[in-house]
Design a protein around this ligand. Sequence first.
Ligand code: NAI
Ligand code: MG
Length: 503
Amino acid sequence: MILIQVGASSKNKSGKKKGALDFNSGWKYAPAPESKDHIQLKNRYDLFINGKFTEPESGKYFDTISPSTEKKLAEVAEANSNDVDKAVNAARHAYEKTWSRMPAKERGKYMYRIARIMQERARELAVIESMDGGKPIRESRDIDIPLAAAHFFYYAGWADKMDYSTPGAKTKSLGVAGQIIPWNFPLLMAAWKIAPALAAGNTVVLKPAETTPLTAMKLAEIIQEAGLPDGVVNIITGAGATGAAIVNHPGINKIAFTGSTEVGKIIQKALAGTNKKYTLELGGKAANIIFEDAAIDQAVEGIVNGIFFNQGHVCCAGSRLFVQESVADVVIRKLKDRMETLIVGDPLDKNTDIGAINSKDQLEKIKKYVKIGIHEGGVCYQSSCSVPSKGFFYRPTLFTNVSQSSRIVQEEIFGPVLSIQTFRTVEEVIEKANNIPYGLSGGVWTDKGSKIFKVTSQLRAGVIWANTYNKFDPTSPFGGYKESGMGREGGLHGLMPYLEVIH
Ligand code: NAI
Ligand code: MG
């Protein structure tokens, strides 16, 4: 039998809660849906190769649906190995004939133009991102799209300053970059990958994830509108086989991949012994550490932001919470109260805190892990909020009574599921936090600067936030230790994987 406690307090026979505020049956926000009227989606999207939308040689198309309605939004082409070959050849031709010969400041101008058009079309991009991927409009509008434009602005500035990137040495572009991205930040990941590649003088073949291709196809339209020379950026759609064909194509000089550790390992094996450079940004299982001297209410907001932001579909999600024993009761109580106020529902509603899980498969994975957690002896608590009957949704969930060896503590769930452990000393929490195959990110909450320095210098993780969580900036490097990946993206560090340094 599966036992899940729901709601902030015990319920009576009628299912109504006693005592605690019931945000779902009493006061409610009126719906505040973002309009879809200004959105233009075609029924069908072809491959963007050599500056043109081109029918796939495979002749095949697949549907992309909205995970909040389960309705089809459009169909997109499935690129086979011949299509990949065409895209790589277009990128090679553009690299040799145009892009690598163009003065760097001219390259920068195109990138600024792309950034500005992204800003102009921000509303449209945000709505499509939320429709295709399920994330709340507040996030796509305030985080994903502005940050995507910011990446183009930031790297546009680097284009003509490459000589300053490596003082005392010269740099050279690599050629054609193959880029494969996931579904959790579709447009942002596309910008994150394309912008440094272009600034460094490379050309690109990019493949978005199969469940979220639409903003990438909109980006293809923007690239056309910006007049970027044909073939400099090619965007092709498909699933794992298309990704593998990019990885294995001999005309590729560099692979940039973000996704699961499992696929990352396959790619790393495939690239062994080739001359291709690569960066891999893979899974995570971040520790969010709350000390007794932290500002507790702020920390609770940070926990919520760390794990429930984007439905927990975040590689750096703060999915393991460590609370100092003396404040554990108060933190958990406040966290449960806060969870009760979170609104799960229509991603296009501006009140929504937690949107749709990206796909049925991902929802099944989350449910599977919650069952595992319960069977392992974890105590599961879920908010009592209502959840739409259609679409893929999951309530914010937390587990107590878990141990270091629990699978829900060790494995990446990629959903709104938090596991909570307690600790007494700094040394203990550092050891527990590091005892994991991953090392992408972490968080520390304390009033003491010295504790921040001690913890951040000893956690084996690429990014650690202090008294905040899930903040991103194009100037800041991002990447993992251990099974969280190789290499860094963002900032000056993010240019290096796209350059050859000549001493
Ligand atoms: P995935 O790793 O299969 O997909 C990521 C991208 O890789 C997609 O574009 C996909 O088409 C492509 N791909 C799949 N197989 C490939 C192959 N053999 N060669 C080249 N490209 C390939 O991730 P999936 O299945 O969508 O999600 C599974 C789990 O992965 C999630 O539950 C989550 O734990 C983790 N994940 C981590 C992400 C991160 O940001 N670190 C992002 C997405 C998923
Ligand atoms: Mg979709």
